[in-house]
Design a protein around this ligand. Sequence first.
Ligand SMILES: [Zn+2]
Length: 136
Amino acid sequence: MPKPVPVPDELSKPFWDAVNEQRLVVQHCAACDRRQYPPERVCTECRSGDRLEWIPTSGRARIIGYTVMHDSRVRLLQADQPFNIAVVALEEDPAIRFFSHLPGTPADEVPVGATVEAIFPELSPTQRIHEWQVVR
Ligand SMILES: [Zn+2]
């Protein structure tokens, strides 16, 4: 499925750099020992801004819910409708959630509760993206 190419900014660049190395990272606040994603300039819990670091994840998550998109406003995605938009919760910290089209899983056949693992398809010669695939 074609997808909009992400445009990393100063805040998200470390995340996208890691994705290009096929690693999934999230922010970690050393002040209150808490993971955070998507990235923010400060910890949204303790407001500390200078104790944030990027840490690796297990790359494994669990599907906690989904919807099926039939009328996306993103023209690039319209040819692939209907498609899944699943919410997955990171295995080691279910408060950290990602969205996924679940490549390989037919629309509306999403196995809620199943384990997924991160994959990093190449979107352009210079940018990979993170996606999630059901572990079979
Ligand atoms: Zn904090």
